[in-house]
Ligand binder design. Structure first.
Ligand SMILES: C[S@@+](CC[C@H](N)C(=O)[O-])C[C@H]1O[C@@H](n2cnc3c(N)ncnc32)[C@H](O)[C@@H]1O
Length: 255
């Protein structure tokens, strides 16, 4: 299987999961079939994780994968922000990222990964058990727009590619406009739904994060495509960090 990649900023023109060939296709030519590229749907992620994590003949052996930034970089970012080992950490849209595992190995003891895709939550739960990490790490199958946690339950939230997944139709629409290409009514409608979905994520993050807590949002998208989600809700102070490997870190404090 080709390595899945989320590429950077405006260079991201097409990335498509081809379930039939169990391969990721990436190129920089805008094409009409890109219109099908929408990773906000749980069924898409279920299909991907069933393919890569399952025991069937299409299994690729991809047990873990980190999008946008390696788990070690996130850990370094936490250390740099002096998050103590007893900080309550929430990894939203955790997928099969190694972040919770790496953070547990580094001494963090209160880690929760949330993802709406049942196959990946089951696989990561089994993996944590196998490694004896169940006291420190748990995984929960939930939509991040409606999480089963009380207000102010977490000190730090990590979103590495979850908002990006929700916003693929929005980004696609913006890209078509930048390229002065036509935008179909169907794409426009999906883009609006994506915008509403991302707004509901950010609202939910504000609810479950304690005052003064930090959201580390990792994204392939430049500030013009992401900062607006926080500007609309007046409870965030956003500091954009310098781009790393073409990707961006938005450090957002819950005020
Ligand atoms: C690009 S992957 C990133 C995975 C992981 N955070 C990483 O860094 O490798 C996006 C993940 O977000 C999850 N996701 C997307 N929308 C979601 C939602 N509404 N609720 C929960 N999980 C969601 C997908 O299932 C997928 O695992």
């Amino acid at each position: 299987m080709a390595t899945p990649e989320l590429a950077s900023g405006v260079g991201l023109l097409r990335l498509e999961w081809e379930a039939d060939r169990s391969a990721w296709v990436f190129d920089t030519e805008p094409q009409e079939r890109f219109v099908h590229w929408d990773w906000s749907q749980c069924s898409r992620w279920d299909a991907r994780y069933t393919d890569v994590l399952g025991d069937g003949e299409r299994t690729t052996g991809e047990r873990t994968f980190d999008w946008i930034a390696p788990a070690d970089d996130v850990l370094a970012d936490l250390d740099a922000r002096a998050a103590g080992s007893d900080a309550r950490l929430l990894d939203v849209g955790c997928g099969n990222s190694l972040f919770c595992e790496v953070a547990a190995a580094a001494g963090f003891t209160r880690l929760v990964g949330v993802d709406y895709s049942r196959p990946v939550v089951d696989a990561m739960t089994a993996r944590a058990l196998e490694r004896g990490l169940q006291e420190r790490v748990s995984y929960c199958c939930s939509d991040v727009a409606r999480m089963p946690y009380a207000d102010a339950s977490f000190d730090v939230i990590v979103d590495k590619g979850c908002c990006d997944a929700a916003l693929t139709a929005w980004d696609h629409c913006a890209m078509q406009r930048r390229l002065k290409r036509p935008v179909s009514a169907e794409l426009e409608e999906r883009a609006e739904r994506a915008a509403a979905l991302a707004a509901s994520f950010v609202l939910e993050y504000a609810r479950v994060l304690r005052g003064g807590g930090t959201l580390l949002l990792y994204s392939y998208e430049e500030p013009q495509g992401r900062a607006c989600w926080f500007a609309e809700q007046r409870c965030w102070q956003v500091r954009q960090q310098p781009a790393r490997d073409g990707n961006y870190l938005y450090e957002c404090t819950r005020v």
